[in-house]
Design a protein around this ligand. Structure first.
Ligand SMILES: *Cc1c(COP(=O)(O)O)cnc(C)c1O
Length: 229
């Protein structure tokens, strides 16, 4: 087995163990393999090991990999910061966007989604740690933004995403995820049809699953340490 196939097995087991510990069925948590900085050949190895959903942070790099590997069998998720002048290739090539944090970007994605493609599946990114420099809308703004996004044609609101500030300790990690979870529960209580809580990365997936993550975004634990160019 390749390293990537072995790593995928380990990650899937971590997810299953975390889900069982939380009294949740393992299949309630989807695995998104974050392939940013890794060449298409690495993605192909993961695909050969049964992984279908891949996350990319940089528009051109993602579009190049989609061109190389296709989108018939693979599902491509855009998870990086998205500037409003870069929305078109994302609307044209990706299936999902997790990092939506402004209505202007949502409007552009909606207008640019090609007719005949399924709606772009979107999550609103929330800044749950409150750091000025991080992307994501403020928690207080999230419900109104979600409602606006849900009304746009060409987009389908699926839920919320967050990248909390890195902290050590299971209890500390759970706190930020719990904040996103409460926002998500509020949306559902208010009648929004959302089913996705995108939270948890290589170092904190157990805490995210304990707090109800339905999708974890895992890079390093699958592909290894990244070297940024
Ligand atoms: C890079 C990245 C990940 C994966 O992080 P790892 O620590 O490598 O698992 C997940 N989500 C987002 C938004 C990222 O940018």
């Amino acid at each position: 087995m390749s390293d990537i196939a072995t790593n995928l097995q380990v990650v899937r087991q971590r997810i299953a163990d975390a889900a069982r510990a939380a009294g949740r069925p393992p299949e309630a948590v989807r695995l998104l393999a974050v392939s940013k900085t890794w060449p298409a050949g690495r993605v192909a190895e993961a695909a050969a090991a049964g992984q279908r959903a891949f996350g990319e942070n940089y528009v051109q790099e993602g579009v190049d990999k989609i061109a190389a590997l296709g989108r018939d069998d693979l599902e491509w998720h855009f998870i990086g910061p998205l500037q409003s002048n870069k929305t078109r290739p994302v609307a044209e090539h990706f299936a999902w966007v997790h990092s939506l944090d402004r209505f202007k970007v949502a409007q552009r994605l909606a207008a640019q989604r090609p007719a005949g493609r399924p709606p772009l599946q979107v999550c609103v990114q929330v800044n749950v740690s409150g750091e000025a420099s991080k992307s994501g809308c403020a928690a207080a703004e999230a419900p109104a933004l979600c409602r606006q996004v849900a009304a746009l044609p060409g987009l389908r609101l699926r839920g919320l995403m967050a990248i909390p500030a890195p902290v050590d300790g299971f209890a500390e990690q759970r706190q930020a995820f719990a904040r996103l979870r409460r926002l998500y529960d509020d949306l559902r209580r208010d009648g929004l049809d959302v089913d996705t809580l995108s939270m948890g990365m290589s170092h904190d997936l157990e805490a995210a699953v304990a707090e109800g993550a339905t999708l974890v975004r895992i890079g390093t634990a699958i592909f290894g340490e990244r070297n940024y160019p």
